[in-house]
Design a protein. Structure first.
Length: 474
């Protein structure tokens, strides 16, 4: 059984480790304690630590020295500095000297949980390697970019070109195409990989709290602001900040973000002090920003600031040949993860996946493979099992349900395009209709290629090619 992650508390107050442990019970963290920096460094040299709480004490200079040393030796290890001092500069100096976050004493349980959650999340994304293995030839079980289609080769070339540069990168792609994985690869192969990787999902945080998350706030700036708060931009000073779902920012925050990108400075919520930062920005969105600009929902000047360099991730339907490689990768990975014997997939099952719409892209495929592995009971995964799993995730077939159902299907596609979750809906609709038409024709002709070609008005060669594409022919 895997040992739980360890959290080290360096604090002269013997009550503090117990308080933090009680607050973080659901985190399954081992709480270690040290009464001095020297004792803490000794533990750090012998034990793998995931997060550190360090009290700056009556002599902050000693604590600042510890922050600097640790940041230099283990830059991805998050340290949450604490202090009972009312001096406001301590928070700023703590972050400047390498602290991931700063919490004023007495500690507030909700702030402790929030800070530890962020710290563990950012550390995991910075430390877990992202491998590039186009042909799925390696045995490594890290997060991996798999696929050797022309579309993915373009992505790899963009990664190689943009990783070493300090430019802002905008990652675009439909839901589930792997935008976060690309952001982590940009960071890990980049010029700031020795610094922290700070992340925030702009769509996951309530709008009224997002400004404080990004830029921090001063004590008393709004109801509930009991202490000064350090925002993501300060945490990422000298490092990399990943802004996921950037298209969900409101116009006011877009204006503030634009200023940071232009002038490299900002003010905390409720503050007057200008804070200068040097942050490498990676942003991502699944939304159609050009459409949002036309409708007045996204600033055009911010778009051009973010769009200095772009990586566009292809949907699975445009990654010819990659599904077979991805299936093999996920089968190997999940069989090891779940402690199940490895199983194979039939060619018909893979062909059916290649013909499926899969609007959730890699995330949906990954979920389906995990479910198929659990249901297979050690036997090969066949087409029937894939058909059952697709029923749970794909829109209903349109070829045998009448005009009303087809109209509803088209309405659903238009809604997805309107929300920005799906692009190229003409291609999606045409391929869906075409595959169903060929399926029924082949079924009625008993698989007779010549008769099917005559019925649908295509050449025999085209029928064969499309039949293979949609998994209708071997």
């Amino acid at each position: 059984m895997r040992n739980p992650s360890a959290l080290l508390v360096i604090d002269p107050d013997p009550e503090i480790p117990g308080e933090i442990g009680d607050t973080l019970q659901e985190f399954e963290l081992r709480i270690l304690s040290a009464h001095s920096v020297e004792e803490g460094e000794s533990i750090l040299g012998e034990t793998e630590i995931s997060v550190i709480f360090c009290d700056l004490g009556l002599d902050p200079s000693q604590g600042f020295s510890f922050l600097k040393r640790t940041r230099k030796t283990t830059p991805h290890l998050p340290i949450i500095a604490t202090s009972a001092s009312a001096e406001s500069r301590i928070a700023i100096e703590a972050v400047k000297n390498g602290a991931f976050d700063f919490l004023a004493k007495p500690l507030v349980a909700s702030e402790v949980r929030r800070s530890v959650t962020d710290a563990l999340n950012c550390a995991r994304k910075a430390n877990e390697p992202v491998e590039i293995d186009p042909r799925n030839e390696n045995e490594d079980q890290h997060d991996t970019l798999v696929g050797n289609s022309r579309a993915m080769l373009d992505v790899y070339k963009a990664l190689g070109r943009l990783s070493p540069t300090p430019v802002t990168v905008l990652i675009r792609g439909e839901t589930g195409t792997g935008k976060e994985l690309i952001a982590r690869a940009l960071f890990q192969y980049g010029h700031r990989s020795h610094q922290p990787f700070i992340t925030i999902n702009c769509a996951a945080i309530p709008e009224n709290l997002l400004e404080s998350e990004l830029f921090g706030h001063e004590k008393g700036s709004f109801t509930g602001a009991v202490n000064r708060r350090i925002g993501k931009f300060e945490q990422a000073n000298g490092a990399t900040l990943f802004l996921d779902e950037i298209g969900d920012l409101n116009l006011a925050l877009q204006a503030k973000l634009l200023r940071v990108l232009q002038e490299k400075r900002f003010q905390r919520v409720g503050g007057t002090e200008e804070i200068s930062v040097d942050v490498r920005i990676i942003a991502a969105t699944h939304r159609n920003l050009e459409k949002m600009i036309a409708e007045g929902e996204f600033r055009e000047d911010l778009f051009y600031r973010l769009n200095v360099a772009t990586i566009k991730l292809p949907p699975l339907r445009d990654r010819t040949g990659d599904i077979s490689l991805l299936c093999g990768f996920f089968l190997r990975r999940f069989s090891e993860e779940l402690g199940l014997p490895p199983v194979s997939m039939t060619r018909e099952a893979i062909a059916r996946l290649e013909s499926a719409q899969l609007p959730g892209n890699i995330r949906q495929l990954q979920n389906m493979i995990r479910k198929a592995l659990l249901r297979s009971r050690g036997y090969s995964i066949d087409r029937d099992m894939i058909e059952d799993l697709l029923v749970e995730t794909e829109p209903p077939d349109t070829g045998n349900s009448g005009t009303e159902t087809f109209s509803q299907y088209c309405e659903d596609l238009v809604r997805q395009a309107e929300s920005g979750s799906l692009e190229s809906i003409h291609t999606v609709a045409v391929e869906k209709l075409e595959s169903e038409l060929l399926r029924l024709a082949l079924q009625k002709t008993g698989g007779n290629i010549s008769k099917t070609a005559q019925w649908v008005g295509l050449s025999r060669l085209t029928v064969r090619e499309k039949g293979r594409k949609y998994g209708l022919l071997p």
